[in-house]
Design a protein around this ligand. Structure first.
Ligand SMILES: Cc1cc2nc3c(=O)[nH]c(=O)nc-3n(C[C@H](O)[C@H](O)[C@H](O)COP(=O)(O)OP(=O)(O)OC[C@H]3O[C@@H](n4cnc5c(N)ncnc54)[C@H](O)[C@@H]3O)c2cc1C
Length: 459
């Protein structure tokens, strides 16, 4: 990056807020995927005003900007593109500015870590439900930019359902404020929705006003074991069909169960075809217990080999251990994984799982399947070794087939991770030419010089 630009950035944020050494740049070259790209410099502002000045300086010098939170994204959205881009990292803007109990809102800076916000509001009897499994390592800004989901989203909705207002620095450095504390607001277009899920391509989110709800006081957890994946899927449909909306309804397939057992020896039966991990919650202990018992009954009626109900908090944690162990267990199986997050209509889960198994068998690389069965959002993870060019090429062919299968079943490319760099080649196939055209025009209207996260999502 040119010295004049770096000097200008130092003037705005101070010397300790600009990183240019190769070691520092290496630390910002990755996200949660296998993609990599070294930035020209990293800037760490402390206020919306500084972000605005940084964006103006970068725009004047025609330097592309990559907004970044904690870099846990799974679509290579915060990975730099070649040609000296500036990573604008929001992690020093990590203050919870206000928790308004009367209006049940939280006003936060974009760099607040999700679990820090959750802990702070729970102390006051309030609840911020969106719970990406990365919640201890991802930022609210990153969650909004990707419209992150998580296990609880079946009952409570995704991040976007909790965004009441945003402060966004636009590509020309102007500061836009959207929304507010009013719950109902149909004054003009819904700009909160426009920036939510925009993956850093339309503006830099610096602050957010978030909706909170009362904290559920009781939770109950169950784990159901199935010898057939169809039976597990039928149980999912039957539970929801009975009018029960569990807080979470997570699925692990046989490969996932075997990976976890091989790595962590939790005592899971490796001949099972599927495990469901379910949770109910609410403020009436009796109702929460009745729901989990009804769920257990439905699973048994649908040929569950066994259903375990947690009898203590420690028991609840241990039932979740298997699900939490999936991601770390995969690293022992293969050096690299590509975790997709297709979403299909719930009724298509058995069919998509059958097709995923077929893709794995045809190409010879393992696909581990787990995810949020209640909302049809599955994470097929392809295990491979990127040092082997033929495995990388095979993996890419498999990704194309996975997306084609999901779209053919009425599904989507991504339920929660976003498009970023990795899914970009498939976007038009999913959206069609008219939607692509409209989305590109919106991008052009807000960022005519294509300086914000170029090469991602639309390019
Ligand atoms: C182990 C693991 C588990 C995960 N589980 C889940 C899950 O359950 N659900 C889920 O949805 N995701 C999950 N993820 C993916 C990831 O954590 C989320 O996408 C998260 O929202 C990214 O937040 P981040 O702060 O790390 O953002 P980054 O990775 O830094 O950035 C992600 C994208 O957002 C943009 N961005 C970041 N901050 C801003 C900002 N302030 N303004 C504008 N654009 C911005 C970036 O340019 C990039 O395009 C998981 C990841 C890992 C590694």
């Amino acid at each position: 990056m040119k010295t004049e630009v770096v000097d200008q950035l130092i003037k705005i944020v101070g010397r300790d807020g600009v990183l240019t050494t190769p070691e520092d740049l290496a630390a910002y070259s990755f996200d949660g995927t296998f993609a990599e790209g070294t930035p020209g410099a990293v800037v760490l502002p402390r206020s919306t005003d500084q972000v605005s000045q940084v964006v103006r300086a970068a725009a004047e010098a025609h330097v592309p900007i990559i907004p970044r939170g904690m870099g846990t994204g799974l679509a290579a959205g915060s990975v730099s593109i070649p040609g000296g881009s500036l990573v604008l990292c929001l992690t020093r803007m990590a203050r919870i500015l206000e928790i308004d109990e009367a209006n049940a809102t939280a006003h936060v800076e974009a760099g607040v870590v999700t679990s820090d916000l959750q802990a702070a509001v729970e102390e006051r009897g309030l609840f911020y439900p969106p719970d990406p499994s990365s919640n201890r390592h991802s930022t609210i800004g990153g969650n909004i930019a990707c419209n992150a989901g998580g296990p609880r989203c079946l009952k409570y909705g995704v991040t976007g359902d909790y965004v009441l207002g945003l402060t966004v620095v636009l590509a020309d450095g102007r500061i836009l404020k959207t929304g507010g504390k009013a719950i109902k607001d149909v004054t003009g277009l819904d700009l909160n929705a426009l920036f939510t899920g925009s993956e850093g391509t339309l503006g830099v989110i610096t602050e957010a006003l978030l909706r909170l709800i009362p904290r559920p006081r009781f939770t109950q957890t169950a784990m159901a074991e199935f010898e057939s994946l169809e039976a597990a899927s039928e149980s999912v449909s039957a539970i929801l069909g009975a009018g029960i909306v569990p807080a979470t309804l997570e699925l692990m397939d046989q490969t996932a169960i075997r990976c976890v057992e091989e790595a962590f020896h939790l005592g899971l039966a490796t001949d099972l075809e599927a495990l469901l991990i379910l949770e109910t919650d609410g403020s009436d202990e009796g109702a929460v217990m009745r729901e989990i018992k009804a769920i257990a009954g439905i699973c048994r009626e649908h040929a569950a080999r066994s259903v375990r109900l947690a009898v203590s908090a420690a028991d609840q944690t241990s039932l979740w251990e298997a699900r939490r162990a999936v991601a770390p267990s995969l690293a022992r199986r293969a050096p690299n994984k590509l975790g997709e997050d297709i979403t299909v209509p719930r009724s298509a889960i058995p069919e998509i799982v059958r097709q995923l198994r077929g893709i794995s068998q045809r190409h010879g690389l393992p696909i581990v399947i787990f995810g949020h069965a209640g909302d049809g959002n599955l994470h097929p993870n392809i295990l491979f070794d990127r040092r082997q060019p033929e495995q990388r090429a095979t993996m890419e062919r498999m990704v194309g087939e996975i997306f084609a299968a999901s779209l053919a079943l009425g599904g989507t490319l991504s339920g929660e991770h976003g498009v970023g760099l990795l899914k970009r080649p498939y976007l038009e196939q999913a959206l069609g030419p008219v939607s692509m055209d409209i989305q590109r025009r919106i991008k052009h209207a807000l960022d005519p010089e294509n300086l914000l996260n170029p090469g991602k999502l639309f390019a």
